[in-house]
Design a binder for this molecule. Structure first.
Ligand SMILES: NC(=O)c1ccc[n+]([C@@H]2O[C@H](COP(=O)([O-])OP(=O)(O)OC[C@H]3O[C@@H](n4cnc5c(N)ncnc54)[C@H](OP(=O)(O)O)[C@@H]3O)[C@@H](O)[C@H]2O)c1
Length: 274
């Protein structure tokens, strides 16, 4: 892998119809830069309507991406086709891992019961649970339950979709470190052990959002950020979040908690243009 996040392409499910564009971008980038495919981390997802035809959906994604394998493939959400369909999808994903079509498999928007049902019935454990998490909706109980099960937390909407960048508390911390509000929110996510998925369509923001390694939030900053959870859920999907008042979320403790198994490690960054 190339350093921090390597080069990460998030195709994000056939649903968003961006796999062909991501495939073209990867091909263009690897041929112009000489960076080998192995140094790029490619993620896509199984859309909710495809739980009963995951094997075909995986092949379609690979064809559109023009790739032999994906690094990470997620069940986008528990969906509404039922537990049998969800387990069938997972078995198809396990078979795709066996066949070398996918390196790691995971889930998204799963609550604790859905994680436990899968864990009781799977052969390959999910590597990640991708859920919304940022200081204003930290999802602490689900984060802790996910991590306790040896599954990494991937955080979507890590900047709360840009909705709270002007908040005085965030602006003050950003000013103190001569960084942007977006960088402060992203650093919080890294410090609590989330694998953060910042999205931007703006080149200078993509660069700035990856420039997170030359400053540290101190304990006062983390305490303030940890106190900001007000249930500001940006997305419609996923279980409701609850704070866990009194839980200890120090910057170092969080980073350690997030570094576990499956070749993933918390506190990492993956850029998203989906
Ligand atoms: N699993 C799921 O159900 C799920 C749901 C939602 C999202 N996701 C994933 O998570 C990724 C990110 O989440 P998200 O898009 O919801 O939220 P986000 O990354 O928190 O925020 C993206 C928004 O913030 C703006 N932004 C980015 N960098 C900025 C900066 N430095 N300063 C000011 N504004 C900035 C972007 O605008 P510009 O583009 O104009 O820069 C965009 O409007 C998505 O791409 C997707 O892959 C997954």
């Amino acid at each position: 892998m190339v350093d921090i996040c390597a080069l990460s392409f998030v195709a994000d499910a056939a649903r968003y119809a961006n796999e062909e564009a991501v495939g073209r971008a990867i091909k263009d980038f690897t041929s112009k830069s000489g960076v080998p495919r192995e140094d790029i981390f490619v993620t896509s997802k199984l859309w909710d309507a495809d739980h009963e035809r995951a094997a075909e959906a995986i092949d379609e994604s690979l064809r559109k991406l023009q790739l032999d394998y994906m690094d990470l493939y997620l069940v986008h959400s528990p969906g509404n086709l039922g537990t049998e369909a969800r387990l069938k999808a997972w078995k198809d994903m396990e078979a795709a891992v066996d066949a070398g079509k996918i390196r790691s498999i995971g889930v998204s928007n799963f609550d604790v019961d859905e994680l436990d049902h899968l864990l009781a019935n799977c052969r390959i454990k999910p590597a990640v649970n991708q859920i919304e998490s940022h200081p204003f909706f930290q999802h602490e109980e689900l984060r802790e339950a996910t991590i306790a099960r040896g599954i990494h937390v991937q955080a979507y909407s890590p900047m709360a979709q840009g909705a709270a960048l002007e908040r005085p508390e965030i602006v003050a911390i950003a000013k103190k470190h001569d960084k942007s509000s977006a960088q402060v929110l992203l650093k919080w996510g890294m410090n609590v052990g989330n694998i953060i998925l910042p999205k931007s369509l703006t080149k200078c923001r993509i660069v700035a959002n990856a420039d997170l390694f030359d400053f540290e939030l101190d304990q006062d900053d983390m305490d303030l950020l940890n106190s900001l959870d007000e249930g500001m859920k940006m997305g419609k999907l996923g279980p409701a979040g609850t704070s866990a008042p009194g839980s200890r979320r120090g910057s170092q403790a969080g980073s350690r908690r997030g570094s576990q198994n499956n070749g993933f490690s918390g506190g990492k960054l993956a850029m998203s243009t989906s």
